[in-house]
Design a protein around this ligand. Sequence first.
Ligand code: DAH
Length: 346
Amino acid sequence: MPASLGERLEELRREVERELAAADSPEDVEEIRVRTLGKKGALTREAKAIGALPAEERPGAGEVVNAVKNAIEASIETRRAALSDVALRARLAEEAVDATLPGRRRGQGANHPLSIVTSQLLETFRRMGFSVATGPEIESTWHNFEALNIPAGHPAREEMDTLYVDADHVLRTHTSPVQIRVMESQRPPVSIVCPGRVFRADDPDASHSPYFHQIEGLLVDEGISMAHLKWTLTEFVHQYFGPEVKVRLRPSYFPFTEPSAELDIACQVCGGGGCPSCKHSGWMELLGCGMVHPAVLEAVGYDSERWTGFAWGMGVERVAINKYGIPDIRMFFENDVRFLHRFRGR
Ligand code: DAH
């Protein structure tokens, strides 16, 4: 016996319920709806078949079909709502922002101690009226030596273990050639300071490096004497290291100055009492200086009868070592971030 309309529809309804239970997205539910209630859907087919029934059976069949259709529609709607709710929750969970999480820290950089000390030194000299000049690291032997009164064969030239680029060019062994370049390019008066890197063929150890940094100074004007040199450099020491710090000038020799001197300050580690850092002398050598040699002025075309001047050169590493108590010059160039981080915020 063929199944009755009621049985077939009941079977269809159960089938749809099973499929809905297995559906796991709103798209699955839509697909079931089209397959059941769409134009060519299973239930739609049953509804169309009613027209072929004898007239007296139609109202009953229509009622049955409608009841099942309503039931199926309700089930589909329920399942669709449940699944969109799940999908929404999943999306919300995925896109959730936890506003209570701590922010990501940005790596904080630090200035290199040599940059810190260089800019402090330059600032001190700038306040005293000096301008900042620079020159090339690859320098002609004329600027690096001859113009500074160090002719070929001069013993001072042998002393500097020099890195030659070719016969006429060297990695500059000091910042003094910038004196020459500045004087070549302008008429007196001149008052400049010049920071820069210098090179010597030295084997590295705790106190030597094949490259290091200097700050050069030069002042040329009418009537400049050793008294101006002494006042200017003493004033610089008092401004940079402190107003009480003792200063002394010792006679020395440089080919490009006459007379020449070394300027010492009271040892910054022990205050002048004597300690291993100053080899128990109480003094620390800070810079070389002197009155610009007439031959240097003449080399750049200045009239040495009219113009006189003084100059000095100091090692930046030496200042930083003393200021921060750094035990080994190589630490400046290893770029170990633990060392560099000590200078954060300075
Ligand atoms: N150029 C010298 C050096 O490298 C330092 C120096 C000494 C510079 C005396 C000067 C100076 O300007 O007057 O050792």
